[in-house]
Design a protein around this ligand. Structure first.
Ligand code: UD1
Ligand code: CA
Length: 458
C-alpha cells in the first residue's frame, strides 16, 4: 500500500510583505495562511506532515499541528533547496507519495488535494502538478504543454519570454511526487536561472527529459492556487475568503442584508434566521437562531443564545443567554456570562461576572468580578470597586435585589436576595436579605448662601 505524506514549504521570509514576521503567518480572515494550508492537508486525510521552516522560527512552530515534523532551511536558496532540507524526512518515506505545497497559498482545499492524488495514482505518475487558468497570470510559473497536451516544463515569470508570459495556465505550487523520483531529481537541480535559485519547478524538466510519467491536474476553481506575496495580494485573499464565508452563511439561512462591511471568520457558527447587520466582525463565535447582531458589533469567542440581540457592542470570551439584549455600546469582557433575557445597556462594562436570568443593568455601569442573581435591577451608574490595589475581589448580589443609581460596592461585599440599596450608597458592609441599605451623608441646605458667595451672585 502506497503511503502518503506532505511537505509544506514555509521558510521564506516574504520580503515583499515588509513584515517583521514570517510571511506564512500573515493572516487571511484572522487565521495564519500556514494554518489554512495545514487544515486542508488534514481535511485531505493526510496526517504525516513535515514543514520546512527558517531557523529559530518559534512563531511558525507555534501554529503548526502538534505532531508535525520540521526541517530547517538556513539559507533561502529557493523552493528546490527547501525540499532538499527535508531529505531525511523523504528518505524515511521512500516508496510512498508526497504532497509538496507552499505555505503561502491558503485556499488549496482537501478535495483538490485528494482529486490530484487520485489522478496521480490512476496515471501512475512520478510527478503531478496542480494547475489553474488565471486571467491575470503575472508572477506565477507558467505551464508549458507538449504536442500531446502533456506537461513539458514550468517556466518562472522572471525566466519567461514574451510568448511564454501570455500562457494563462499556471503552477499552483501544489504537487504530488513519488518520493523516490523526487529524491533523485533533487540531486540534479541547478541554479542556472534568473534568480540563481534551486527551483523545485525544474523537477518537471528533469522528469520529462528522463521520459518519466508526469501529469497535470487542473483545479476546478482558480481560487485554490491564489497566493499572497504582498500586502495588496493579501487584501485580495482576505476579500475572497470573506465573500466565501458569507456565501456559506447566506446559503445556510443566515440573513445578512448588507454584506459589504460584514467580516466573519471561518470558524464562526451562526443559526438560521439570525440577522447580521453592517459593520460586524465575528471571530470564533457560536451564535444561535433568530438573533440580531449589529450594526457594528465586534465579537471574539462569544456564544449567543437563540433570539438574543447584540447591538453596536464589543465582546470577548463571553456567553450571552437566549433572548438577552445587549447594547448599544456595551462591553463584555472575558469570563462574562449573561443569563437568559437579561439586559445589558449602553455604556455598561461587564468583566468576569455572572448576571442572572432576567436581570438588568441598563446604563453607565461597571460590573467586575461579580455574581449577580436573577431579576436584579442594577440602576444607572453602579460600580463594583473590585480591586484594592493588590487583589481582585468579588461582589455578590442576590436574586431580585434592587440596586439604586450610583451605588458603589466595595468588594468583597454582598447584597442579600430581595435587598434594596438606596441611590448613592457606598456599600462597605454586607446587606442582609430583604434589608434596606442607605449609606450616604445627609444633605444640609443653607438658605441664601449661594446668593452671597456663588459665582453668579446677585
Ligand atoms: C512558486 C513557484 C511558482 C508557482 C508559485 C505558486 C518555484 C520556483 N516557483 O513561486 O511556479 O507559480 O510558487 O504560488 O517554486 N520557500 C522556502 N524556502 C525558499 C523559498 C521559498 O521555504 O528558499 C517557501 C516560501 O515560504 C513559500 C513557498 O516556498 O511558502 C513558495 O516560495 P515563493 O518564493 O513565494 O515562490 P513563488 O515565487 O511564489
Ligand atoms: Ca509565493
Amino acid at each position: 500500500m502506497d503511503t502518503i505524506c506532505a511537505l509544506v514549504l514555509a521558510a521564506g521570509d516574504g520580503k515583499r510583505m515588509k513584515s517583521r514576521h514570517p510571511k506564512v503567518l500573515c493572516e487571511v480572515l484572522f487565521k495564519p495562511m500556514l494554518r489554512w494550508v495545514t487544515d486542508s492537508i488534514a481535511a485531505a486525510g493526510i496526517d504525516d506532515v513535515c514543514a520546512v521552516v527558517a531557523p529559530d522560527a518559534d512563531e511558525v512552530l507555534a501554529v503548526l499541528p502538534k505532531d508535525c515534523a520540521t526541517a530547517v532551511q538556513a539559507n533561502k536558496l529557493g523552493t528546490g533547496h527547501a525540499v532538499m532540507m527535508a531529505a531525511d524526512y523523504l528518505e524515511a518515506h521512500r516508496g510512498g507519495s508526497v504532497l509538496v505545497l507552499n505555505g503561502d497559498a491558503p485556499f488549496v482545499d482537501g478535495e483538490t488535494i485528494r482529486q490530484a492524488l487520485a489522478e496521480h495514482r490512476k496515471e501512475g505518475n512520478d510527478l503531478t502538478v496542480v494547475t489553474a487558468r488565471l486571467e491575470e497570470p503575472f508572477g506565477y510559473g507558467r505551464i508549458i504543454r507538449n504536442e500531446q497536451d502533456g506537461l513539458s516544463a514550468i517556466v518562472e515569470e522572471r525566466d519567461a519570454d514574451e510568448k511564454t508570459r501570455l500562457v494563462q495556465e499556471v503552477n499552483s505550487g501544489v504537487y504530488w511526487f513519488e518520493v523516490d523520483f523526487l529524491l533523485d531529481a533533487l540531486g540534479k537541480l541547478g541554479t542556472d536561472n534568473a534568480q540563481g535559485e534551486y527551483y523545485l519547478t525544474d523537477t518537471v524538466g528533469i522528469a520529462v527529459a528522463e521520459g518519466r510519467p508526469t501529469g497535470i491536474y487542473r483545479a476546478m476553481s482558480p481560487d485554490v492556487i491564489l497566493g499572497a506575496n504582498s500586502r495588496g495580494e493579501l487584501a485580495v485573499l482576505n476579500e475572497t475568503a470573506r465573500r466565501r464565508v458569507l456565501a456559506r452563511h447566506l446559503d445556510a439561512g443566515v440573513n445578512i442584508p448588507f454584506p459589504e462591511t460584514v467580516v466573519i471568520d471561518p470558524d464562526t457558527v451562526i443559526g438560521r434566521d439570525t440577522t447580521v447587520l453592517p459593520g460586524c466582525i465575528l471571530r470564533g463565535c457560536a451564535i444561535g437562531e433568530g438573533c440580531t447582531v449589529g450594526p457594528y458589533s465586534v465579537l471574539t469567542s462569544v456564544t449567543v443564545g437563540d433570539g438574543a440581540e447584540v447591538a453596536q457592542s464589543t465582546g470577548e470570551g463571553a456567553a450571552i443567554g437566549s433572548g438577552a439584549r445587549i447594547g448599544p455600546y456595551a462591553r463584555l469582557r472575558p469570563g462574562t456570562v449573561i443569563g437568559d433575557r437579561a439586559k445589558i445597556g449602553n455604556f455598561v462594562e461587564v468583566k468576569n461576572s455572572t448576571i442572572g436570568e432576567g436581570s438588568s443593568a441598563a446604563h453607565l455601569t461597571y460590573l467586575g468580578d461579580s455574581d449577580v442573581g436573577r431579576e436584579v435591577n442594577i440602576g444607572c451608574g453602579v460600580v463594583t470597586a473590585n480591586y484594592d490595589g493588590k487583589e481582585k475581589l468579588r461582589t455578590v448580589i442576590g436574586d431580585r435585589a434592587f440596586v439604586g443609581c450610583n451605588t458603589n460596592f466595595i468588594a468583597p461585599v454582598s447584597a442579600g436576595a430581595g435587598s434594596i440599596i438606596a441611590a448613592g450608597t457606598t456599600v462597605t458592609d454586607d446587606v442582609p436579605e430583604d434589608a434596606l441599605a442607605v449609606g450616604r451623608a445627609r444633605q444640609k441646605n443653607r438658605e441664601g448662601w449661594a446668593k452671597v458667595h456663588g459665582k453668579y451672585r446677585r
